[in-house]
Design a protein around this ligand. Structure first.
Ligand code: FAD
Length: 375
């Protein structure tokens, strides 16, 4: 078994790392403090070829695999968890989803703008009354009227919505669930940006559809196909987004190691205390174990799209690891970790999101157990 990443994946990792270190690191604290999303920087990533990593070259993508996209997300999240979340939502939830499911005309119409960064995308599944029970509770409806569809309803907690131009939207007509590609210009409203505990800087918002009328070409894969799009999409989403909390955890661990080598109490570096050493050893071990599972799950997505257990297990372990490692790092910083002078609080607040988004930890456990019992 070769644990070394392929050369082209390493090349992308280095490119994303250099960009993130130079451009994202200096503004990460400001993004958090002011809840500011640097749209132009995001578009710059597109111009440099970092958006649409998994998209085939014919549509302007890099033609890479999910593992590479995950590795890129870990690098961004090392510098800013919230920039990473917006990146993951755009690249995976929207761009990759369209690439996987849309027809040629739709891909030609939407992918180039999304990959170049000229347009930012949002995936609209969650509703005020439909979170974990996203399908059963869905109230956003579509109706076929003569030669067009009309869509009514609202979505909430939608990443990138306040800055998005393209919306991949799920709606129902009775028991039939369908996916549509909508544009801001179709009359999609984004009335409210939501203020959050963490992931500040990644804009999250409500989306409203009031008699939004689109022609029949906007439906993805045909009527009634949304369930398979959602389930397959969640697999890819979980496998890739698992790398977000890994990046946050890696950064928290690095900061904790540095601090342990500097801070002195009782005439010694705190790193010399065995209780601190134990924390560092566990943080490292959890992170490395979670990353191995993330590599495996991301490598399986393409071939075993129908088995949801690895992707769910991967993001469950990675997100719990993110929270645990960030919390232990904060503890190692003592009182300083609890201040806004240091970024430890941000790491913890950002990491916790991954136990909620892309299906909660509880739902992931159900997904894994159901798959095991079925097998
Ligand atoms: C920052 C952020 C970004 C997001 N981005 C997006 C996005 O881009 N697009 C999108 O569509 N959605 C997005 N979401 C929504 C996210 O996917 C939902 O918040 C999540 O699925 C949970 O839904 P809920 O918040 O309504 O919680 P609920 O479903 O109401 O759950 C409440 C609690 O009950 C538990 N629970 C629910 N059902 C069960 C069960 N059967 N068994 C045991 N426990 C259960 C849950 O685990 C949770 O602890 C985002 C959320 C956040 C916070």
């Amino acid at each position: 078994m070769d644990f070394k990443l392929p050369d082209d994946t390493l090349a992308i990792r280095d490119l994303v790392r250099e960009f993130s270190q130079k451009k994202i690191e200096p503004i990460a604290a400001k993004m958090d403090k002011e809840d500011h999303f640097p749209v132009e920087l995001f578009r710059e990533m597109g111009r440099l070829g970092m958006l649409g990593l998994t998209i085939s070259q014919e549509y302007g993508g890099a033609g890479m695999d999910y593992l590479t996209e995950g590795v890129a997300l870990e690098e961004i999240s090392y510098y800013s968890g919230s920039f990473g979340l917006s990146y993951g939502a755009h690249n995976n939830l929207v761009v990759d989803n369209i690439h996987r499911n849309a027809n040629k005309e739709q891909k030609e119409r939407y992918l180039p703008g999304l990959i170049s960064g000229e347009k930012i995308g949002s995936l609209c599944l969650t509703e005020p009354g439909a979170g974990s029970d996203a399908l059963g509770g869905m109230k956003t409806v579509y109706e076929l009227k003569a030669d067009h569809y009309e869509i009514n309803g609202s979505k909430t907690f939608i990443t990138n919505a306040p800055v998005a131009e393209v919306f991949l939207v799920y709606a129902r007509n009775g028991k039939s669930y369908s996916a549509f590609i909508l544009e801001k210009a179709d009359g999609v409203e984004t009335p409210r940006k939501i203020t959050k505990l963490g992931m500040r800087g990644s804009p999250t918002g409500e989306v409203v559809f009031r008699n939004v009328v689109v022609d029949r070409e906007r439906i993805v894969k045909g009527e009634g196909q949304a369930k398979s799009i959602i389930y397959q999409g969640l697999n890819a989403e979980r496998a890739v987004l698992a790398f977000g909390p890994l990046g946050i955890a890696r950064r928290a661990l690095d900061e904790a190691i540095n601090y342990s080598n500097q801070r002195e109490q009782f005439g010694k570096k705190i790193g010399e205390f065995e209780l601190i050493q134990e924390k560092l050893a566990y943080m490292f071990t959890r992170l490395e174990a979670a990353r191995l599972l993330a590599y495996k799950a991301a490598s399986l997505v393409g071939d075993k799209m129908s088995d949801p257990s690895f992707a769910a297990a991967s993001i469950m372990l990675a997100s719990e690891t993110g929270t645990q490692v960030a919390k232990e790092a904060l503890q190692i910083f003592g009182g300083y970790g609890y201040t806004e002078d240091y970024p430890l609080g941000r790491y913890l607040r950002d990491a916790i999101l991954y136990e909620i988004g892309a299906g909660t930890t509880e739902i992931r456990k159900i997904v894994i157990a159901k798959a095991l019992l079925k097998s």
